[in-house]
Write a protein that binds this ligand. Sequence first.
Ligand code: FMN
Length: 171
Amino acid sequence: MNILILQGSPRKSGNTAWMAEEFRKAAEAAGHRVTLVDVAHKKIAGCLACNYCHGKGNGACVQQDDMQAIYPLLQEAEVLVLASPIYYFTMSAQIQAPIQRVYNMNKPPKVKKMALLLSSYSPGVYDGAIGEYQGIRRYWSVEDGGIVTARADEQQTEATRTKIVALVKKL
Ligand SMILES: Cc1cc2nc3c(=O)[nH]c(=O)nc-3n(C[C@H](O)[C@H](O)[C@H](O)COP(=O)(O)O)c2cc1C
C-alpha cells in the first residue's frame, strides 16, 4: 500500500521521529511504499478559511507554501499515519496545520486506513489527540489501523518497536 506518514515533532532525533522511522522501516520491509514527511520543518500555515478551494480554486488551496508539495502525496496515499508529540494534551501545532489544510480536498481520496503514533512525557495524556484522530477518521469513514503511544519510560524501547511492528503487520 501507499503510506504517507506526517511527522509533527520539531526534534529531528526525538521520540516521535524515532516512532515514525520505526514505522517506515517496518512498512518498507513488509513491501509497502512509504513517504515520511517531517512537517515540523516545513513552512505550512494554518487554513485561512477563505473557501477559495471550494469555489474558484476548484480544489486548489490559495496558499503557496510547503503544503503544495504534500497535496499530491495526500491524493495518492492509501494509509495516512499521524505521528506527533503530545503538547498540552493534544497533537503539536506543527501537525495541526497540515491536518487542517486538508480542508480543500475534504478527504484524501484514496485513504482507507489511518494510524496514530504519539509520544509524551506522562502517561494518560492522550485523550485529546486520540479524540481528534478518531473524529477525523470517522468523518472520512476510514478504518482505524491502530494507535501506539509511548510515554517517558517507553521511548525508543524494544517494547514500543514491537508495538509499531505489530501495528504495521495488521495494515
Ligand atoms: C510545548 C510542549 C508541551 C508538552 N506538553 C506535554 C503534555 O501535555 N503532556 C506530556 O506528557 N508531555 C508533554 N510534553 C513532553 C513531550 O510530549 C515529550 O517529551 C515527547 O516525548 C516529545 O517528543 P519528541 O521527542 O518527538 O519531541 C510537552 C513538550 C513540549 C515541548
